[in-house]
Design a protein around this ligand. Structure first.
Ligand code: ZN
Length: 101
């Protein structure tokens, strides 16, 4: 199935200073309220099972697919927006997740 990512949690790696990665995401249909929290590992697993992840621009309504890539520095997979994403629908432009119990 396809999941819309509406927010992200990022974690800076120790070194180099600007090396930050998404460690978890929130998915759902409402951009202001995520239904489900998925860790990076869960997202990668779902991708490997054929599920797809995307982001949607709040202004343009355009969809950008999310892809995994291998980070040789961290020696693990991470996720990012595909190269055709714009600033409106890029993963990096999403809000930070705020989870309420
Ligand atoms: Zn990395």
């Amino acid at each position: 199935m396809d999941y819309r990512i509406v927010c992200t949690e990022q974690e800076p790696a120790q070194n180099p200073p600007k090396h930050a990665h998404i460690v978890a995401v929130g998915t759902g249909t409402d951009p202001d309220k995520a239904d489900q929290r998925l860790t990076l590992t869960q997202v990668i697993q779902k991708m490997d099972n054929g599920d797809r992840f995307y982001t949607k621009g709040l202004r343009t309504g355009k969809i950008a697919w999310v892809e995994k890539y291998w980070c040789s520095y961290c020696r693990q997979h991470h996720i990012r927006s595909s190269p055709d994403a714009t600033t409106d629908n890029n993963l990096d432009s999403l809000r930070y997740c705020s989870w309420k119990s």
